[in-house]
Design a protein around this ligand. Sequence first.
Ligand SMILES: Nc1nc2c(c(=O)[nH]1)N[C@H]1C(S)=C(S)[C@@H](COP(=O)(O)O)O[C@H]1N2
Ligand SMILES: [Mo]
Length: 423
Amino acid sequence: MPNSPAPARRSVLKVLAAAPAVSALGGLATVTTASAAAAHAPARPAAPAATAPAAPAPAVPLAAPGIVKALPAAHFTVRSTNAEARFDGFGDTGLLTPVDRFFVRNHTTTPVLDAADWRLTLWGDGLHGRSPVHFTYGQLRDLPSVTRTALIECAGNGRSYYTSQQGEPVTGTAWTLGAVGAARWRGVRLADVLRRAGIARDAVDLLPRGLDDPYVSGGIDYGRVRRPLPVAKAFDDVILAYEMNGEPLPYDHGHPVRLVVPSWVGIASIKWLGDIEVSTRPLSSPWSTDWYRLFGDAHPAGGSAPISRQTLKSGYQLPFGATLEAGRVHRLTGRAWSAHAPVRTVEVSTDGGAHWRRAHLHDIPRRDGWVRWSTPWLPRVTGPATLLSRTTDAAGNTQPERAVHNTQGYLFNAVVRHPVTVA
Ligand SMILES: Nc1nc2c(c(=O)[nH]1)N[C@H]1C(S)=C(S)[C@@H](COP(=O)(O)O)O[C@H]1N2
Ligand SMILES: [Mo]
């Protein structure tokens, strides 16, 4: 790895973020400090009591990962160091996903960083001056801000359906549909920061890197989470976000500053951003060579090019295996989204795909957003049934019956078969 400036000092509270009891405390208590950054700091966990904290309440997963916020089982499924949001329960959320319902994908643990100590460093041969340029949190806040709504969705969202629907093995976190959320992000255009830092005309690639711990897996240290970002995308619509849904960026979502890379796979949106290499040559990292390529029989030997744009999906806001009463009308609801273009239609089938009809859309379809939809259903026959939904976007993309397999289970886009029981 090339030499690079030291990361910002971390708060000693980091140890709290790694402690198993933190999820039980997160959100229940806050501490106040006199620091200038306090006004911009999200609620932080209380200092632990001298004695061991009481056993977590039943609603809190016992094997809590290094996530600061509370993860009640009603809203999250913990998967290793990650927390999947309960998509089946999104029916009571609006177009924006509240922070306390937003999935967390952490390679390691959430570092609890203090905005007052934080600074962003840009460095590399793609800067005119060739020497590193720094921005403090205050300097970023003083730049013109932009606010925009965007989804963040993990490249592996829906991965488990490769196995459960298609019988194909995949590696990685077994997400269902809940590794996605929509938020209103406020921050600074990355383009503005790059211009101020003196980006050279021949710069082609950036390598934004997080301040979380290096990622170690199978005995290999892959270094800090980092992923090349082409300069063209950086200048298009990427923001350095410091607010999420009108609040300071929460610890788990990248406090104090993260990238938001609209319509691209979630890994592009580096959290806890510490530095950005700016280069006149193409850059790479394990997150663009070992992962986030499509490997397998349907793809080029050695893998596809690194994946960038997300795909399209839809789903019912209903638990798998839900029981619905026969002989009365149910209002089935769901969401649909596409990273290519606004959603155009959602079709639904309540008989395993034999008949399809249009669902009613409740939102104006927009790029980088999702739409809520509903359909009435009067089931008459008791027994098992399969609900399907299929979205088509304004660019003509439609969810296929099968997704093209890749060994790491990225970009699942097929129609999800949703089992229910009519009783
Ligand atoms: N520094 C850092 N950035 C990161 C990650 C990480 O582990 N460390 N995970 C990435 C992945 S794989 C995803 S899907 C998104 C998840 O963002 P969220 O946790 O705010 O939902 O963050 C991305 N940014
Ligand atoms: Mo991800």
